[in-house]
Design a protein around this ligand. Structure first.
Ligand code: ATP
Ligand code: MG
Length: 564
């Protein structure tokens, strides 16, 4: 494949143009090995956008028999915390990736980076500036106007070196001085107009404590960290494309051991949510959600808590591909991946979310039968289980209508339906309270229909799920809907567009006994309802389940229509 083919593929979408580039590098011998890294800043929790980058970096290393590092870009102690480091490690591991012994921190390189900075001063490629951050911004110019040099740009290396050492020594206050590269104040690329390399921050760092009061900027730390680790393919999102000339300038002007190459790809955007740590922080800090792992959030921890399996996230990342074209992916596409995987793997269970009591009047008092139920029709190896049946059961309130229209194939007065794995029942009476609300149904069953069919061949149109009143246990169920009601949430003002109905809590749901054995983190299918997973808020007295995703696949339907 030629370079232009790859470029075109990068524009088109689908596929993964980065893997094509790496394949060329390997084929041509330009890359003797493939080393990538995932470089999170520990200033928040990871989200599904990061998962795209994680799958790309670890996936590329795996594809080419190389390795992928996990490196924390911990250069801003004001925003970074140990708890974020811990959560990121947990999330990457949960996603199914392993960095072996290659866990690194930019802060491990602080001394080396500092020495390199001194080297730049010696080579007259950097100088200490006294301008404030605002003044630097003012001097920087615009896309159409060149920047103006700082009055300290001409400072000689001896003076700069002395000042830089005193910056390190803690002689100056925050913002009093910075170290800047001396590149080109007239460059068409603003990133090349003497970018700041070091700033003074008297802040305690989560790992280096108070050892430092000057910290390298992202731009100065990033490429050099890649070089130190021998990263061959430094993959990042498109907003860093304009930083690449600086990245390359630094690599060329420092005696770095190895030369990484940077390639940029488009970020993931998703409808109905926000994918930026800043905005997620706003949602968490503002109390709009219950925490970083709120199941409504697109964080990895939120998705995990909601019951979306890691394999579904990996599948999603593979399907959206890697391109250079910004696009917004539908949330429904992620749901589709979860549903498709869970359909194959999730055990089926019966749970009644909004119960309506049914008394089967001709069923013997005090008798219980154990009926055989299939655990997963998609997976014979999942076997069967026993479900208890007795005279009093509960069905879903919405499975009964007193005055049903013709197309309603569920229960109504005088109508017959099948109970899943059990008998046919016919509604004979409707009991109501003083306000006229239905409180109970009276039914009869046909003992000849135990295997789900009538010996006389008569048919029923509806099959309902149910639980035995005596054997069921009560639980809370949390149903989730989109966090943001309308449109794509990339714009500002997303807080005004929050969906007030993103969480619905149902209490007094009734579960079949087998659901008591659901393992933490296991997602099961509630027949006819969707996929659900136990929440860590569960107690022995009160289990809590989250809906990971419903059964209806609006996305697949839409794709089919498109293909027609
Ligand atoms: P945010 O905007 O959410 O704060 P970030 O890019 O500042 O994200 P980092 O911790 O610096 O967060 O990101 C680590 C890596 O993840 C980077 O290489 C970044 O490019 C990548 N990344 C972040 N967001 C996305 C996204 N939406 N899609 C793909 N990759 C992403
Ligand atoms: Mg960042």
């Amino acid at each position: 494949m030629t370079d232009t083919d790859t470029e075109e593929k990068a524009e088109e979408g689908g596929g993964n143009f980065i893997l094509d580039i790496i394949a060329e590098d390997v084929a041509s011998g330009r890359a003797k090995e493939v080393v990538t890294r995932f470089p999170p800043e520990p200033n928040g929790y990871l989200h599904i956008g990061h998962a795209k980058s994680i799958c790309l970096n670890f996936g590329a290393a795996e594809t080419f028999g190389g390795r992928c590092h996990l490196r924390f870009d911990d250069t801003n102690p004001l925003k970074e915390e140990m708890k974020f480091i811990d959560s990121i490690i947990e999330d990457v591991r949960w996603l199914g990736f392993d960095w072996g012994e290659h866990l690194y921190f930019a802060s491990d390189y602080f001394e080396r980076l500092y020495q390199w900075a001194e080297g730049l001063i010696e080579a007259e490629l950097a100088y200490v500036d006294d301008l404030t951050a605002d003044e630097i911004r003012e001097h920087r110019g615009t896309l159409t106007e060149p920047g103006r040099p700082s009055p300290h740009r001409g400072r000689d290396k001896e003076e700069s070196l002395d000042l830089f050492r005193r910056m390190r020594g803690g002689e100056f206050a925050d913002g009093e001085k910075v170290l800047r590269a001396r590149i080109d104040m007239a460059s068409g690329n603003i990133n090349m107009r003497d970018p700041v390399l070091y700033r003074i921050l008297h802040a305690t760092h989560p790992r280096t404590g108070d050892a430092w009061c000057i910290y390298p900027t992202y731009d100065f730390a990033h490429g050099q960290s890649d070089a130190i680790e021998g990263v061959t393919h430094s993959l990042c999102t498109l907003e860093f494309e304009d930083h690449r000339p600086l990245y390359d300038w630094l690599i060329e002007n420092l005696a770095v051991p190895r030369r990484p190459r940077q390639y940029e790809f488009a970020r993931l955007n998703l409808t109905h949510t926000v994918l930026s740590k800043r905005r997620l922080t706003e949602l968490v800090a503002g109390g709009h959600v219950a925490g970083w792992d709120d199941p409504r959030l697109p964080t990895i921890s939120g998705l995990r808590r909601r019951g979306v399996p890691a394999a579904a996230i990996r599948d999603f990342a593979a399907r959206i591909g890697v391109t250079k074209k910004d696009a917004v992916v539908e949330m429904a596409a992620l749901d589709h991946c979860a549903r498709e995987l869970l359909n194959r793997t999730a055990p089926r269970r019966m749970a009644v979310l909004r119960p309506l009591k049914v008394v089967i009047e001709n069923y013997p008092q005090g008798e219980t039968e154990e009926l055989e139920a299939v655990n997963n029709p998609e997976d014979e190896a999942a076997g069967t289980r026993k479900v208890p049946f007795s005279r009093e059961i509960h069905i879903e309130r919405e499975d009964f209508m007193e005055d049903p229209p013709k197309k309603f194939f569920r229960l109504g007065p005088g109508r017959e339906v099948r109970l899943r794995y059990a008998y046919f029942i016919t509604c004979t009476d409707v009991i109501k309270d003083a306000e006229g609300a239905v409180t109970e149904l009276r039914c009869t069953y046909d003992p000849e229909t135990r295997d789900g069919n009538a010996p006389d061949g008569r048919k029923v149109r509806g099959t309902l799920h149910w639980v035995s009143a005596e054997h069921a246990f009560s639980a809370e169920v949390r149903l989730y809907d989109h966090l943001i009601a309308e449109g794509d949430a990339s714009g500002d003002g997303f807080l005004d567009r929050l969906n007030p109905d993103s969480l619905e809590v149902l209490d007094g749901c009734l579960f079949e006994p087998a659901l008591g054995d659901t393992a933490p983190g296991e997602t099961v299918q509630f027949e006819r309802q969707g996929y659900f997973c136990p929440d860590p808020d569960s107690t022995p007295e009160k289990p809590v389940f989250n809906r990971a995703v419903g059964l209806r696949d609006s996305w697949a339907k839409k794709q089919k229509k498109k293909d027609r």
